[in-house]
Ligand binder design. Sequence first.
Ligand code: ZN
Length: 203
Amino acid sequence: MKLICIGRNYTEHIAELENEKPEEPVVFIKPDTSILLKKQPFFIPDFSNDIHHEIEILVKIKKVGKHIDQKFAHKYYDEIGLGIDFTARDLQSKLKAKGLPWEKAKSFDGSAVIGDWIGKEHFAAVNDIDFCLEKNGAIVQKGNTKLMLWKIDELIEYVSKYFTLKIGDVIFTGTPAGVGPVKTDDILTGFIDKQQLFSIRIK
Ligand code: ZN
């Protein structure tokens, strides 16, 4: 399985990284080896001194599809989740400056946190889901899916033009404002509404 990740999908986050608003979604892939195993801490890798948390709403694909029209996209997922796209920001900045791919900064082992899943029937609307990330008990990132530049069904249409979606693939839908560094002994806890979906210790 693969993790398909969207960058720059919330305007405020684009502003904080001084990126331009894209005409199309930014897309990159994390391999399955990037998934942080359940109940395991996140170990800061030795190639970075500036690991950032990015809280993101996740969508789990339940049906194989390619060239999916956004009108039918809702048939391809039943579960919504929450995760972290850990990013080695120092390394990413170097790669960006040279116009190189981001994989080393984004797709390393342990860089993808996937929390518990919630059936989409539990939401009144998938385009109105509140979520947040707490660091050591204080909220550091807050978002709502209605603030996405490209909504879930539009993202499915877009990414399935390029990549066949397979059962179990996960889409990371991009992060809202408030990304920031983590350090040893931080605890990151993710919530959709009031429901806790993961808790990660940084080592
Ligand atoms: Zn991200």
